[in-house]
Each structure stands twice: as structure tokens, then as C-alpha cells.
Design a protein around this ligand. Structure first.
Ligand code: GAL
Length: 418
């Protein structure tokens, strides 16, 4: 009696299958990563990292903490470290990296490319090294002083694209008559601080911005351009709709994408959001530098650190290698709306927004005209940042607070924190 060959072969097939089981099932290492990328565009970008790491047998165990700008993520991270349960890696950005490293929490990162300072811009090198030791991996660079516009709104209503503040303000009555919000915004402290720092940059330029926020020169702290910036912030609020409270930045972006709002002033993570929604740059949306900031680059740099812990020693080379690899940095930047942190990569396959950001960053980096974002942790301790947020957020929400008083209080705070 002929037996079914499939029956007699079955045990052999099973053995072969077991032996041939991809070794990655056993060799797969994992790394828990805390970050705050939870919007569509941010998740799409994080997915690029996860996929490339998985291709190299490193499983990114996601630990996302919702909240634009990362304040909530940093609060959760501190709680976990105090509880002696840090993640394997975390998105920590700006001088806060120095703080965490000096407290002894961060793994020194050993990697030939990471130690090659010629691969990175000076401001990147400054951020990722502490006392000569590299402690952070630079991923990409955002430009924050952008306006995002829905071109069909301007075309349909025959309104010129705004290249000055007065053009933006004078378009408001026509937009409102058509039922369109002139300026989409979310009334959160970090969003208000982002808008304020952009307006100050526009009013007074990058060198004043640094004299004011970084050097805190007495002449800068009392300069009338700060009052003018608060006045402009209050004017911009008149272009917004009444539903701004607790609106997340990506919800404001959605209003622009859907033609319910004309403009959003925000960093180019908005571009990542638009690309996640399938929008085409130059057709479905436009980017324009905020008036008066064409040659300025208000930046934030996304970096990752690894926490001291034996198991991290194993995934470390793979994690660093992958995040620094040219194709990852290029593909991640396309998804996130950024430019790569590595300066040795050719500017390829990018749209006008990223091309402009790359050009201006390169120029400004040479001429010392870069402006480190306060709202995005590029220039102050978290405590100083919170103090700035508090005053700007209170001014934004309390019409009784005069621009003069806000400028005095902000100067007092910056003086005290010097
Ligand atoms: C920034 C961060 C960006 C972006 C933004 C909004 O601080 O660097 O990657 O995601 O927050 O959440």
C-alpha cells in the first residue's frame, strides 16, 4: 500500500524547518526606546528607524510619550530613572544631554563615525560630546521659522502669498469672510513659546536672539524689540480662531491641509505630517520662511542617548551604526521633514523646503547666524525653558498683561537664571 509521501516525509520536513528556522529568531536583540513621536508624521519617521533596526536584528521596543515638544516625555523619563527603571535609549535633545551625562546616567558611545567630528556641523558636535566623551547620536535637524500655507486658499481668494507680517494681517478679513481661519495654532505653552521665539527672531535677527536668550546682555534684555515681539504675538492671536485651547500642533496642521485655515507657523515636523497624509509639497502645501527670517535658521536637533545598563552594551554598535548610516539619515529626514545631522551627505531627492533649510543652515552655520530654539530645548536648561514658557503662555492668555510688563518679567527671569 502506497503511503502518502507527505505523511512519511512530515517528520523530516519538520526537522529541516526547525534547523532552518532563521537564527534571527534567537539572535534578535531588543532595545526599549522612549520618545515623543506620536503624530502621524512622527510615527511614520520612527517606523523608518524601527524597520532599519529590525533588518539588523535589533527590535525597537516602543515607549512613546504623547505631547509635542517632549515636555511630557522628559517628565516620564525622569520618573523612570528615579524609579531605577530607565529605558535602554531615549530621545533627549539639546544641552539637557550634558545635564544627564554629568549626572552619570548616559552610556559613553564608542563608534568611529560618531567620533569623527568632520561628519557633523559644529553645533551638532557641541551637543553630543561631554568632556570629550560622545554621549548622544545625532539624527536630524529641524528648521522652525516656517510658515505652512494652503495654496488653493490663496489662489481661490486671489490673495498674494504673505512675505510680510502686514500682508498676512491684511489677508485676514478676506479669509474670515470666506470662513477660513487666517492662522491655525494650538494654545499650548510650547506652541506659544515657539511662536514667540520665531517672532523675536523676525523682529531682531539671530545675533540679537542669541544676545537675548543665550548671553542675556543687559542691553538686549531691555531692548524695545522684545516689547515689539510681544506686541506682534498679540496681533497674531487676532488672526486665530476661538478654538485654539489644547489644540495639538498636528490638529492645526490638519486645518491647513483641509483648507479650513490658511497658514500655520511651526517647525518642519509639519512637513513630515503632510507627507504622512500623502500631501505633495508645492501643490497641496507651500512653505515660506516666516517674514524677516529668510536667511535665519531657528533649529532643533533630534538626538538619542543610551542609558548605562549592561544589556545596552550589546545593541549599542547596531543602534549607532543604523542611526548614523547615510541611507537611514536620508530616508528618515524625508519622512520627518528634516535635514540629516550628518553634513557629508549630498542633498538629494528633497523638495524646496528641505533644500532651503539645508542651504540656510549651511550658510548660517558658517556665518554664526544660527538661532538655537528655546522652545525646543536647544539653548537652556529645562527649568529655564519652563520659566520662559510660563511668562509667554500667561501673556498669550491674559489680555490684561501688557507687552511692556511681559518684557520686564521675561528679562527678570532670564537675568535670574543666568
Ligand atoms: C521637537 C522635536 C521634533 C518634533 C517636535 C514636535 O522638539 O525635535 O522632532 O517632533 O518636537 O513634537
Amino acid at each position: 500500500m502506497m503511503t502518502d509521501p507527505r505523511v512519511t516525509l512530515a517528520p523530516a520536513v519538520m526537522w529541516i524547518a526547525l534547523i532552518a528556522m532563521p537564527t534571527c529568531a534567537y539572535a534578535m536583540q531588543s532595545l526599549e526606546v522612549l520618545h515623543w513621536w506620536t503624530s502621524s508624521g512622527e510615527q511614520q519617521s520612527a517606523a523608518v528607524l524601527k524597520e532599519r533596526l529590525a533588518d539588523r536584528n535589533l527590535l525597537w521596543v516602543d515607549y512613546p510619550v504623547r505631547g509635542g515638544g517632549g515636555d511630557s516625555a522628559m517628565a516620564v523619563l525622569k520618573a523612570r530613572v528615579i524609579d531605577r527603571s530607565p529605558p535602554g535609549a531615549a530621545q533627549i535633545i539639546g544641552p539637557d544631554i550634558q545635564h544627564w551625562a554629568q549626572l552619570g546616567f548616559l552610556s559613553p558611545l564608542h563608534h568611529a563615525q560618531l567620533d569623527d567630528t568632520s561628519l557633523f556641523y559644529p553645533v551638532v558636535n557641541e551637543l553630543i560630546r561631554v568632556q570629550g566623551q560622545t554621549v548622544a547620536i545625532p539624527l536630524s535637524i529641524h528648521r522652525i521659522n516656517w510658515m505652512w500655507l494652503n495654496p488653493s486658499v490663496f489662489e481661490r481668494l486671489d490673495i498674494p502669498l504673505p512675505t510680510t507680517w502686514s500682508q498676512l494681517e491684511s489677508s485676514a478679513p478676506v479669509l474670515r469672510a470666506a470662513g477660513i481661519i487666517p492662522l491655525a495654532h494650538g494654545n499650548e505653552p510650547w506652541q506659544n513659546a515657539t511662536l514667540f521665539e520665531i517672532v523675536l527672531l523676525s523682529q531682531a535677527g539671530a545675533s540679537f536672539y542669541r544676545q537675548y536668550f543665550i548671553d542675556r546682555d543687559e542691553s538686549a534684555l531691555t531692548d524695545p524689540s522684545v516689547v515689539a515681539a510681544f506686541e506682534q504675538l498679540r496681533t497674531l492671536k487676532t488672526l486665530m480662531d476661538p478654538h485654539i485651547n489644547q489644540r495639538e500642533w498636528q490638529q492645526a496642521s490638519r486645518l491647513v491641509a483641509d483648507g479650513e485655515a490658511a497658514v500655520q507657523i511651526m517647525g518642519d515636523w509639519v512637513k513630515g505630517e503632510f507627507s504622512a497624509w500623502g500631501l505633495v509639497p508645492g501643490e497641496d502645501y507651500l512653505c515660506l520662511p516666516v517674514p524677516g527670517t529668510n536667511e535665519q535658521h531657528l533649529y532643533s536637533i533630534d538626538t538619542f542617548v543610551m542609558f548605562l545598563d549592561e544589556p545596552n552594551a550589546v545593541p549599542m554598535p547596531t543602534f549607532i551604526d543604523t542611526l548614523l548610516s547615510p541611507d537611514l539619515q536620508r530616508d528618515f529626514s524625508l519622512a520627518k521633514g528634516t535635514i540629516p545631522a550628518r553634513k557629508d551627505l549630498p542633498v538629494t531627492a528633497v523638495d524646496d523646503c528641505s533644500r532651503a533649510s539645508h542651504h540656510v543652515f549651511g550658510q548660517a552655520s558658517q556665518s554664526g547666524m544660527l538661532a538655537p530654539s528655546i522652545a525646543h530645548s536647544m539653548a537652556m536648561s529645562p527649568e529655564s525653558e519652563d520659566a520662559v514658557f510660563e511668562i509667554v503662555h500667561r501673556f498669550f492668555n491674559d489680555e490684561r498683561m501688557t507687552p511692556e510688563l511681559a518684557a520686564i518679567q521675561l528679562a527678570q527671569t532670564l537675568r535670574a537664571l543666568k
